[in-house]
Structure formats: structure tokens, C-alpha cells
Design a protein around this ligand. Sequence first.
Ligand SMILES: NC(=O)c1ccc[n+]([C@@H]2O[C@H](COP(=O)([O-])OP(=O)(O)OC[C@H]3O[C@@H](n4cnc5c(N)ncnc54)[C@H](OP(=O)(O)O)[C@@H]3O)[C@@H](O)[C@H]2O)c1
Length: 340
Amino acid sequence: MEDRNRQVLLKRRPTGVPTTADFEIADGPVPDPREGEVLVRGIYLSLDPYMRGRISAARSYAKPVDVGAVMEGRVVGQVARSRDPGFREGDYAFGGYGWQLYSAVPATGLLKLDPAEAPLSTALGVLGMPGLTAHVGLSEIGRPQHGETVVVSAASGAVGAVVGQLAKRAGARAVGIAGGADKCRFVESELGFDSCIDHRSADLGGALDRACPNGIDVYWENVGGAVQRAVFPRLNDFGRMVMCGMVSEYNDVEPRPGPNLMTAVRKRLKIQGFIVSDQWQRFGEYRAMAAPLLRSGELKYREDIVEGLDRAPEAFIGLLHGRNFGKLLVKLGDDPTRSA
Ligand SMILES: NC(=O)c1ccc[n+]([C@@H]2O[C@H](COP(=O)([O-])OP(=O)(O)OC[C@H]3O[C@@H](n4cnc5c(N)ncnc54)[C@H](OP(=O)(O)O)[C@@H]3O)[C@@H](O)[C@H]2O)c1
């Protein structure tokens, strides 16, 4: 065990596009767990688009990170010391906290992980919050029917990859939208979507018309911006728009004008937003459904693992520009289950 804890702190609130100067790397003491707490040595840290909201002062559904505080984030790690009877040194767990190497967290907030069930890192991606997001949004809002067309933006990413695969399992056609030829190839050949469109292509509308000859029944919104403008008028009557996120607009200083919503009346659309944390109670149900599919190879996933905590700010900024390819993780320390 290291004798110092390394942390990434929020140095100042960015306006517009964040830079590495908005973050500060600091060394401090390893925290002491109190009664009922566990000291977690981080192995993987999840970097997610929602963190852009947490470093802004704008009103949102969750409290922002204070300036000078450690950056918020979910961690998978190994128990280094336990002051709770439910955990022993060496156990693996999901629920460590923040952009740091060590955290002392209440045992009640930890989920014990069995590395024989699935690779540890998947608890942050395909079997974790992003996977649950896909499951909740599709089952409650998108509700794809056999033969319908589901369009998914950021299709190669953590959430989008699961959305398309679950839509296929429901018997729908899945059409992805992703940034660049490599991502599109992966979405079609590895994830099994019916087709994938590069959102940088000159004629996005024309490409959508060709890929969706029967129009679009469900649009899974992950990015907003130009992609949303191209998809919205192509929604069919009674189409559903699952408002999951709009990552291409997270650095905007002023909100952009939205689409003309008369289309929603004319086409009887359902446009509904959701936040996965309202649905944590469905986590067990999702893992019970998805973990066997993962083990059998029916549910595919891709991870983009960056080495070392110090690279977290740069990797997070890259996520907001589409530089990640798959679920973005930071390797904080040794994963004994992978090197064994
Ligand atoms: N509502 C909820 O509870 C909830 C929960 C989790 C995530 N989300 C949202 O779901 C979305 C996807 O999250 P994720 O964790 O799965 O991330 P991700 O897709 O793994 O990574 C983000 C992706 O967004 C795309 N992107 C980034 N900047 C873009 C831009 N300027 N224009 C177009 N595309 C851009 C990039 O993909 P391409 O290169 O393919 O464009 C990038 O790889 C985000 O909007 C996130 O906020 C919502």
C-alpha cells in the first residue's frame, strides 16, 4: 500500500471548454476509515459526461463539486483496510469514491464484486451505471417493438453500445450514429447494429434517409446539436425520443434554441427525459439480466482504459470531444484479477 494518497481536485470552474488548468493534482495522507467504513484502493475510475455538469455552478439535478474539493467519480477497487464486518481486506468492491487513489467510504454504499462473475471494470460500464441507463430508458420510454427502427447517437460509447444491442434483442432495427469510420465499423461488425452513420459526413440527413427507409420510431438522444436537428424531423408518427443526454452541448455557455415542437403535436411524439439515479432499485434486475449475456458473449462491450490518475483531466476533456472509443476508464492501480 502507498503511504500517500493522490487526488485530482477542482481548481476552478471552467467557462466553456474545460482545460487541464481547471484541475490540480495534489498528494495528501491516506484516509483512515472510521467504524463502519472501508478503505478502498482504487483500481478503475469511471469518467463520464455527467461530470461536466458537476464542475459547473449551473442549477442541475445534483450538487456541484466545490472548488478545491476532490473530483466526483465512481471507482472499483480492493479493500485495503476494513472497519466493517461485511468486508475483508482483499475483497473487491464497487463504490469507492472520487478521482483519487484511496477513499474511505461507508460499507453500506459498497457492492462486493466477484471477479469470476465478470471483469471488475465492467461494474463501471456495461454492467454498471451506463448499462442500467440503457435498460431503464429503453424499457420505460423507448419501448422498441419488433420491426421498428431505433436510432442511437454516440453508438460506440458506454450507453449507446448497450442501447443498440438491447434494441436488437427486442427485434428492432438498430441504426447507430458515431464519430468516424473506425467507430462505425465497430458498431456494425462488433456490436451487430444494422448500420452506422458517421455524424461528420457531409449529408447526415441523406445518410439517415438511406439507413432508415421506414423512418425512425425511437431516437436515443445522447449528443444533441446537429445530430438532433437531423434526426428530429425524420421521427415517425407516435415516435419516442429518449432524452438521455446532449454531450455535444455540455460546454455551451448559453443554451441553444431547440427544435420547433409543433412536430411533436403533429406526429404525436413522446419526448421524455430521465436520470438513471432515480432508478437505482433496478440495478439488481439489470445485472441479473445482463451478466449472463456478457459471459455468453451475446452482450459486447469495449473499454478505453487510460493509465494513471494524472491523465484523468486530459482524458475527461477528450471525452467531451469524442476522443474516447468505448467506456472511458482510468486505471488507478494494479488489477490482480487481470494480471493473474
Ligand atoms: N440520463 C442519464 O441518467 C444518463 C446516464 C449516463 C449517461 N448519460 C448521457 O449519455 C450520453 C453518453 O454517455 P456515455 O457515458 O455513454 O459516454 P460515451 O458515449 O462513452 O462518450 C461520449 C461520446 O459522445 C460523443 N460526443 C462527444 N462530444 C461530441 C460532440 N461534440 N458531438 C457529437 N458527439 C460527441 C462521442 O462519440 P462519437 O465520437 O461517436 O460522437 C463520445 O465518444 C451522454 O450524453 C451522457 O451525459 C445520461
